[in-house]
Design a protein around this ligand. Structure first.
Ligand code: 76R
Length: 227
């Protein structure tokens, strides 16, 4: 195998959105997921709601070829890949001063969190318009805005786990946002609340939203008709 272009720190994260074809084979899908776990890839399976996809598989790994193998084996098992997103874990430049423990949790998250089965994913960027341009805004001002953002996020402590992964140069938006909560309305409330924070109200641009329920792989496959 060629030298792997693994992230120098943290994990690569692939969100795969899939749909069973008539050739889909439940045992092969389960075997592909088990093999990924054997390669130390963290795998989260989600039964999706709505037409965008039936199944989401999140893979997190230090080893990028391992993520490629996961994708290859799921497609070989008869799943059609209808969308995807690639990003990597990161410590935000505005969180440089946080304790090492918190940095480690951002770079090496343990997923999925217990009891939080309401799941959504969306990609987002910060605006680069003539009037409002995040990237021409001075660092200290951006830091203030992110501080406001963090304070508003902390009001959801215990109700929500967020994974913000960087994708500038890797995929179409600048970040992937993956949220885990107990109830669907927790997802709605946090996103709605943040819309009023200046960092989101003035600067955020959002891609499509994907929503579903986190469940063990066998339960997820049964739910999407791959019994
Ligand atoms: O890492 C930290 O917890 C430190 C504070 C913090 C940073 C630096 C933080 C806290 N976030 C940070 C960075 Mn966040 N976050 C989002 C979204 O829908 C929207 O409007 C935005 C999507 C949510 C829901 C969310 C939740 N955050 C970022 C960045 C990177 C910016 C950069 O580096 O330029 C983005 C794009 C982003 C977006 N954030 C929190 C939350 C929550 C709930 C918290 C509080 C976490 C806690 O302290 O428990």
């Amino acid at each position: 195998m060629s030298v792997s272009p693994d992230p120098s720190t943290g994990l690569a994260v692939i969100h795969l959105f899939l749909r069973p074809t008539p050739l889909a084979d439940r045992a092969e899908v389960l075997a592909a997921l088990d093999r990924a776990k054997d390669r130390e890839t963290q795998v989260v399976t989600v039964a999706m709601l709505g037409h965008k996809a039936d199944l989401a598989v999140m893979g997190l790994a230090a080893d990028v070829w391992g993520l490629r193998a996961l994708q290859t084996e799921l497609v070989a098992a008869g799943l059609e890949l209808v969308d995807s997103y690639l990003s990597i874990t990161e410590v935000s430049e505005y969180a440089a001063g946080v304790p090492d423990e918190m940095k480690a949790a951002r770079l090496y998250p343990q997923l999925p969190p217990d009891g939080k089965t309401a799941w959504c994913f969306y990609p987002m960027s910060k605006r680069r318009g003539d009037e409002h341009n995040w990237f021409t805004t001075p660092f200290d001002r951006r830091k203030e805005l992110m501080y406001e953002h963090g304070s508003s996020g902390r009001k959801f402590a215990g109700r929500l786990v967020q994974l913000i992964t960087g994708s500038t140069g890797l995929d179409d938006y600048e970040w992937g946002v993956t949220l885990f909560a107990q109830h669907l309305d927790d997802l709605k409330e946090v996103v709605y609340t943040m819309r009023f924070d200046e960092a989101s109200a003035v600067f955020a641009e959002f891609g499509p939203f994907y929503t579903g329920m986190v469940a063990p792989a066998d339960e997820t496959l049964t739910a999407i008709g791959l019994g």
